[in-house]
Write a protein that binds this ligand. Sequence first.
Ligand code: NAD
Ligand code: TYD
Length: 354
Amino acid sequence: MTILVTGGAGFIGSNFVLDWLAGCNEAVVNLDALTYAGNVHNLDSLRSNPLHVFVHGDIGDGELVARLLLEHTPRAVLHFAAESHVDRSIHGPGAFVQTNIVGTFQLLEAVRAYWGNLEPAAKAAFRLLHVSTDEVFGSLAKDAPAFTETHPYEPNSPYSASKAASDHLVRAYHHTYGLPVLTTNCSNNYGPLHFPEKLIPLMIVNARAGKPLPVYGDGQQIRDWLYVKDHCSAIRCVLAQGRVGETYNIGGWNEMPNLDIVHTVCDLLDELQPRADGASYRSQIAFVADRPGHDRRYAIDASKLHRELGWRPAETFASGIRKTVQWYLDNPDWIAQVQSGAYREWVAKQYAAG
Ligand code: NAD
Ligand code: TYD
């Protein structure tokens, strides 16, 4: 049997593919457009693995997707591919509409045609799992209960609006055409292979390079952090046991203000790789202009997934962040390789005033 993964050269997708092939013998067809966020080197360890077929292409290329489906007859499609960075969506929302909305629509059309022609047993067993985010629910007040699956959609950034639109399309393809879909809405991930434009890897990489650690606004915005491999295990769990047409929230029960996250990273670096001058990495923290429309708080109630499917995260934040910082210290070549010219241009544009 085979699964088709989209976006499997990105942060979460590559962790998912690596974990999948470490844990079972089911082949993976990995379709990825290799945007700035995609990195084939994340998959280097699979080079000689015949169970991994990498295809360089766009989810919006209906003909390509249709051909891959017919050729490999996957029993499931796991849809990770997306434009994923909020700050980039503020500078240039067009790519987010194109990939997250139009691309998901094209993918759904190709999958619907393929699924419609499967023989009854394969048709009944087929699943499309759509990987989404808690950001579709908008911003929570300080003391409001965490997002449940029935929380209204109130996306505030072009990124979250485009993901919300893709969630709605996936839902509609189930209700209208009967396509057997599953949707997951996960909180902020962190871990190995995370592109250093997002908070945690940016802080580690900047700290080690002696650069400022840019904290937006007052640094009191709250996110709910989950170690990426726990997200991957939750997706495997939903794929195996999730009820068709349902959505499942995934989270780590770990709300933290951004400034506390940055302090934790600095303290770990102070312990694991102290600065030559003996000062703390905390001295590199620099408060910079806030993100426009910055959501104040996200928090995920993942009790449905625990209650119905028995999933729980394996890592605490303390164990996951230690592994993450250590991974970046152990992989300077990976960091150097992703810090291409395009990366440097982004950093110059985003942090010009800071
Ligand atoms: P990422 O930006 O690291 O990776 C995205 C991948 O998709 C890249 O490999 C990129 O090349 C590929 N891609 C982009 N456009 C494509 C296209 N048109 N066709 C084919 N491939 C394309 O993102 P990530 O952090 O790994 O996120 C993966 C998914 O998980 C996204 O759907 C995101 O919305 C969701 N998600 C992310 C987080 C998080 O904290 N990172 C949390 C919850 C949900
Ligand atoms: P990010 O990793 O971009 O994820 P998201 O916006 O999807 O939650 O940002 C996490 C939090 O960290 C968010 O509140 C914005 C903040 N942040 C900073 O303070 N400084 C930075 O340089 C970045 C990239 C993010």
